[in-house]
Design a protein around this ligand. Structure first.
Ligand code: NI
Length: 171
């Protein structure tokens, strides 16, 4: 397992549409392990493959609480099949937008179809933090970031700040 460098805003890779995984094989399982290692190291509770530069429809999540046993989840080709009318608000952050947090409103519960790390089709009925996290990560697969769900003014401020920081790093 290898910790991979994270792709940070405003890298255009984050806006790329990820392609479906065609076959769940050893390479894909290795990618899942690297993603989990990178996520735990950060530390974070979710990571999409594109965040380490791999444009594949794949994400990892662990929403277990601190001190609890780790519960790594791997979702391959995840697809939201239904969402609740009820909505909930969570303060979200993103490993690709470090140290920035904002409240985002999303459906409170979702049903997600996916392949597990054995390539077996599964469906999860998620609510609470897992539902929010799944929606946040699935957004990544479509080039969407959580800052796309906040006001334009706030979004532009964040992008400006990160663009400046990226330029400063290059110089
Ligand atoms: Ni994110």
């Amino acid at each position: 397992m290898t910790i991979k460098p994270l792709i940070i805003l405003p890298d255009p890779l984050l806006r790329q549409l990820s392609k479906p995984v065609e076959r769940v094989d050893a390479d894909i399982r290795r990618l899942a392990d690297d993603m989990l290692e990178t996520m735990y190291d950060a530390p974070g509770i979710g990571l999409a493959a594109i965040q380490i530069g791999v444009p594949r429809r794949m994400l990892v999540i662990d929403v277990s609480k601190e001190g609890e046993e780790k519960k790594p989840l791997v979702f391959i080709n995840p697809e939201i099949v239904s969402s609740s009318d009820e909505r909930s608000v969570y303060e979200e952050g993103c490993l690709s937008i470090p140290d920035y947090y904002a409240e985002v409103e999303r459906p409170a519960a979702v049903s997600v179809k996916y392949l597990d790390r054995d390539g077996k089709e599964q469906t999860v009925e998620a609510d609470g933090l897992l539902a929010t996290c799944l929606q946040h990560e699935i957004d990544h697969l479509n080039g969407v970031l959580f800052i796309d769900h906040i006001s334009r003014l706030k979004r532009e401020m964040v992008i400006k700040k990160f663009t400046k920081a990226a330029k400063a790093k290059v110089l």
